[in-house]
Each structure stands twice: as C-alpha cells, then as structure tokens.
Design a protein around this ligand. Structure first.
Ligand code: ZN
Length: 272
C-alpha cells in the first residue's frame, strides 16, 4: 500500500514538475537565441505589454481557462506554449517509465539516470524549437548534452559501455563532418550546419554506437520523406536550407526510448 502511494506520488510530481519546467523552456526557447535575459522582464503579453499574473501563468491550466487568449487584449496566445509544456511533461514521464524500474518493477530507482535523462529530453526540446524558429542552435545546449553524456558514461563505466559511447561520439561526429566535406566540395557550400555535427556527436555519446545508428536511420528516412513531400507540395528551391536538427532531435529522442529494443531485436535476428 505504502509503495503504491509513493509510486503514484512520484508519477504525479514528475508530471507537474515537467509541466512547470516546460513553461520555463518556452521562455528559454524565445529569449536565449535573441540574447535576452531569462529572468527579466517578467512574462508579459507581446501585444498589449500587460504583465502576466501568476494565476494566468499556470502551465496548461491557464491556457484552457483563458481559452487561449490574453486576459486584457484578447490577442490569441500561441498554441505552442501549452504544447511545449505538455511535451516536456510526457517526456519526463517516459523517462520515469523507461530509465528506472520504478513503475514496472517496484521501488528500485536510479535517480541520477532519471534526472540526467530528463535534462537531455528538455534540452532536445529546446534545440527542436530553436532550430525550427531560427535555424540556429545556441551553443549552451550542446554543452549541456555533452555534460549529460559524460555523467551517463561515468554512471556505468564498463569497458564495453565506454567503447560504444566513444565510438558513437567520434563515429557520428566524423560521419557528419565527412558528409558535409564531400557536399562542400561538390556544391561549394555547407550541406550540414556545424550545430548539427555537434548535436549528432553528443547524441552518439549519450546513445552509444548501435543506438546512434538507429537514430541516424530514423532521421535520414524521415528527413528524406519530408523533403520529398515538401518538393511535391510546394516548389522547393535546391539551395533552400532546412532545419535538420528538428528531425535529428526527434530521431535522438525516439532512439533514447525505443532504440535499445529495436537494436536488440535486430542483433537477435542477425544471430549476434
Ligand atoms: Zn494582451
């Protein structure tokens, strides 16, 4: 009975905290690429400039109560705000489900792995929207991902794990670097941004070799399909740039949660 109460409380707290941090991520996504302070000025409506009171700033709830409009000027509030809050909460819940045995097998809890995974997910969410908005990834996110990768490595420092992670880091980074080099030789311009190269190298460190390959395959297939669809829907310019990190972060997140299962299934199929 006590164990069940602790389990439910942990799940509820994870989701609530995920929503609150998601609300802060909205601020980070908007202000960080524009070199603005994360604390000042306090949240305000971009149309009428009225400060947003605490009761109008409750994640998800306020958006529903205000029906997606500013209390003062009735200007619509972007649907993206509650979406980021909800996505962050879902990702944190998935971290609790997948990276601890807490829900499935009782109270065994690897707090370090859980917290670091949550930080990785929230950072990927920021990278996704920053790249979507500005086609640029602030360097600080790469530093966070790199540190998370190192902490996860130190948490499980077996020889096999270290080899897989270092191979993932160097292999993925070098692969993207070389692809870009070839592209540059042929087309005389960068094909992959430096931010994308850093991102995939950090992902390699977090995911390890096999799982990084899975993330890459998913990203390239989805990216390819997206490009074909874009070409059909609207005439696309061959020199037009696309926010590749948007697809890459989705592939990395998918690899974090389902990658190990797919990789094990595939290796089993190959008789490895
Ligand atoms: Zn307003």
């Amino acid at each position: 009975m006590v164990e069940q109460v602790i389990a439910v409380t942990t799940i509820v707290l994870t989701i609530l905290l995920g929503l609150c941090v998601g609300s802060f991520l909205n601020v980070v996504i908007y202000r960080l690429p524009n070199d603005m302070s994360l604390v000042r000025p306090a949240s305000h409506c971009p149309k009428c400039g009225n400060p947003i009171k605490w009761y109008d700033n409750i994640p998800l709830v306020s958006y529903i109560v205000l029906r997606g409009k500013c209390r003062h000027c009735k200007e619509p509030i972007s649907f993206r705000y509650p979406m980021v809050e909800l996505l962050n909460a879902i990702l944190w819940f998935l971290c609790l489900l997948c990276f601890t045995n807490f829900i499935i097998a009782g109270n065994e809890m690897n707090w370090l792995r859980f917290i670091v995974s949550c930080i990785v997910c929230s950072t990927l969410l920021c990278v996704f929207f920053c790249d979507l908005d500005n086609m640029e990834i602030p360097e600080v996110f790469m530093l966070i991902l790199l540190l998370c990768g190192i902490v996860l490595l130190l948490d499980h420092p077996s020889q096999e794990n270290i080899m897989l992670k270092v191979f993932g880091f160097l292999g993925a980074g070098l692969l993207f670097y070389l692809v870009n080099l070839v592209f540059k030789l042929i087309r005389k311009r960068d094909g992959i941004g430096f931010g994308d190269i850093e991102l995939i190298a950090c992902a390699g460190l977090i995911l390890g070799g096999y799982n990084t390959i899975f993330a890459l395959v998913v990203s390239c297939v989805c990216g390819g399909i997206a490009l074909v669809v874009l070409t059909i829907v609207r005439k696309h310019d061959k020199d037009e740039e696309y926010p590749f990190a948007v697809i890459l972060t989705s592939g990395i997140a998918l690899a974090m949660f389902v990658g190990p299962y797919v990789v094990n299934w595939y290796l089993g199929l190959m008789g490895a």
